[in-house]
Design a protein around this ligand. Structure first.
Ligand SMILES: NC(=O)c1ccc[n+]([C@@H]2O[C@H](COP(=O)([O-])OP(=O)(O)OC[C@H]3O[C@@H](n4cnc5c(N)ncnc54)[C@H](OP(=O)(O)O)[C@@H]3O)[C@@H](O)[C@H]2O)c1
Length: 243
């Protein structure tokens, strides 16, 4: 069974992706700092017959610890076929008021950490003769959004990373793609006012916001055989917010 690592798989979009991939027949290792009751409930369903949805606690801002994490995952689970770089923080606020340490830690978690994790897991994919990386970006990485300058910079960085790495590892049978969700109803956007969400929905072609399952379906597609000749793309899932 193909093994996929999903970072930030304890809640929100990451959990939705993990569950969708398990349903599609993959074995998933979800990573976050701590588990949640939603993840435990999903594990109870997924692991009824055989263990298919695992959780390993790790703080991805510990860049120096990522090599050891990957070593431990490989010892425990064997070859890893896929990686979904989903974990991120969405700290908002005007740039002139932001603390420098806060800017650095957001860039570290949202950009440096997925790049370093990809670097180490790529070796496992090479050994397995192929693989898949899906980087979770955001529409704000190309549209911009007031109050999200640092976050948007990290999400734009993931798009450049996706395109260059796709060129670098394509000959090894590894695809690298990105999904760019529009605003989703998760903990990350919990402080956003309902009226604001209503405005986003009203201004979108489909007059609604995308849901976690829509993005999870897109990730499943990019992970699968049907996407074998798709690499270096950004798949926008935003109910037409940016058309
Ligand atoms: N929500 C949106 O509107 C939206 C729109 C576009 C793109 N996105 C992107 O979608 C992805 C998921 O967002 P979400 O809305 O699902 O966010 P979320 O609900 O806040 O979940 C974030 C996940 O990342 C994990 N995480 C955070 N810091 C971590 C750390 N230091 N080490 C390990 N794991 C960490 C969290 O677990 P712990 O806190 O326990 O570590 C959690 O599992 C992100 O890349 C985000 O940029 C979201």
């Amino acid at each position: 069974m193909y093994k996929i690592v999903v970072t930030g798989g304890s809640r929100g979009l990451g959990l939705g992706i993990a569950v969708r991939l398990v349903e599609a027949g993959y074995e998933v290792i979800a990573i976050a700092r701590k588990s949640t009751k939603e993840l435990v409930a999903a594990q109870e369903v997924a692991n009824r017959d055989t263990p298919r949805l695992h959780f390993r606690a790790f703080d991805l801002s510990d860049i120096d610890g990522i090599a050891a994490l990957v070593k431990q995952l490989r010892a425990e689970f064997g070859k890893v076929y896929g990686l979904v770089n989903n974990a991120a923080v969405g700290t908002s606020g005007i740039l002139s008021n932001a603390r420098v340490e806060q800017i650095q830690s957001q860039i570290q978690l949202n950009t440096v950490s997925p790049i370093v994790l990809s670097k180490f897991l790529l070796r496992s994919m090479m050994a397995g003769g192929g693989g898949r990386i899906v980087n979770v970006s955001s529409i704000v990485g190309f549209t911009g959004y007031s109050g999200l300058s640092v976050y948007s910079a990290t999400k734009a960085a993931m798009i450049g990373f996706t395109k260059s790495l796709a060129r670098e590892v394509g000959q090894l049978g590894i695809t690298v793609n990105s999904v760019a969700p529009g605003f989703l109803d998760t903990e990350m956007t919990s402080e956003m006012e309902q009226s604001h969400k209503d405005t986003i929905a009203r201004r979108s072609a489909l007059r609604r916001m995308p849901e976690v399952i829509d993005v999870a379906n897109a990730v499943e597609f990019l992970m699968g055989e049907k996407a074998r000749n798709i690499t270096g793309i950004v798949l926008t899932v935003d109910a037409g917010n940016t058309v």
